[in-house]
Design a protein around this ligand. Sequence first.
Ligand code: PMP
Ligand code: GLN
Length: 425
Amino acid sequence: MAKRLQARRLDGIDHSPWVEFVKLASEEADVVNFGEGFPDFSPPEFAVEAFQHAVSGDFMLNQYTKAFGYPPLTKILASFFGKFLGQEIDPLKNVLVTVGAYGALFTAFQALVDEGDEVIIVEPFFYCYEPMTLMAGGRPVFVSLKLSPIQKGEPDSSSNWQLDPTELASKFTSRTKAFILNTPNNPLGKVFSREELELVASLCQQHDVVCITDEVYQWLVFDGFQHISIASLPGMWERTLTIGSAGKTFSVTGWKVGWVLGPDSLMKHLRTVHQNSIDQCATQCQAAVAQSFEREQLHFGQPSSYFVQFPQYIQRCRDHMIQSLQSVGLRPVIPQGSYFLITDISDFKNKMPDLPGAADEPYDRRFVKWMIKNKGLMAIPVSTFVSVPHQKFFDHYIRFCFVKDESTLRAMDQKLQKWKAELMP
Ligand code: PMP
Ligand code: GLN
């Protein structure tokens, strides 16, 4: 066809790091995938049973359900999260079930962001916030987390990465429509403190801005740190959309069930987008998530709770990976939450600055491609998670996912030890 085919809203957003790096890794034999964020072990037994029950039980679960969510799921989400957010949540007005947290984010951007609206994004950020802002016609405004000084020899921690309050305040203008928060943050693993959230909350209130908060890793917090939902702070429920994911909550990323919680004044616009796009999400997956939450509600806070056991397991995975990376001279930034860590590769950058790749390609991207091909390990370059003008400040970090089976972590050890032997023959 001679006509321009693609809609202009797609200009400049055709790249996806997951598609690119998963493809690269699949082209090599024997690459271990620490790039994409998913567990490579079985979900908890109660979730598998809930799914089996949904598939083999009531035949009506094979049919459409209510457009905005399967009623037992919206009901349990309302009662479960109502306690954390300090709100009486109405399952019909304050809950929307979507295709994963991705679907929740997309619905929120489409519903609220207009042509020319500014959207503040904290970087490094989960990859899709920028293209979703652009697709809605908005203008992303970036503010970077910066590493505060640490004692020499001390390991870096994600809590040392902070927003500068003056710089943050300067990003809010009369055109600012939304602030995107992600805590625990992907890729850094930072868990925002109450003081940091209070600062964001007061700026959102002062400038009449909506807060879209992506809390998909809310149960995955380590070292006694505490996740706080910004919607629970005074005056924030009215202007906040809180997003979650069953994929991350119950280790079932393939089910693609997500949700948004918020006040009816905002949610009614998300429902308009949903009813004119997705319309319905898979009923059986929703039923399985509902049953899993019902089980968790009974066990909540007890040693038998998955929300207690799972973070303990992955904290051990995190510590295993930190030691492995340190043993080859890499310098991981210790995360307080999520299932990712970033690691500093400056020493490699100094020793082998001329890796193959285009001259203007950020170093971390060239490093990851080299590592996939030569070392059989896949990670994601951190420059992927920042705006183009800021890539040069982040191109000496790569992100690993540590929510992996012990055998996968041991496979990493073997590859790293071989690498170490090559470095020090
Ligand atoms: N937000 C963040 C921060 C993520 O890491 C992910 C990746 N899973 C998502 C949203 C999307 O979640 P889902 O798989 O439920 O669509
Ligand atoms: N949350 C996943 C990650 O950060 C996303 C992977 C995906 O969308 N395929 O790795």
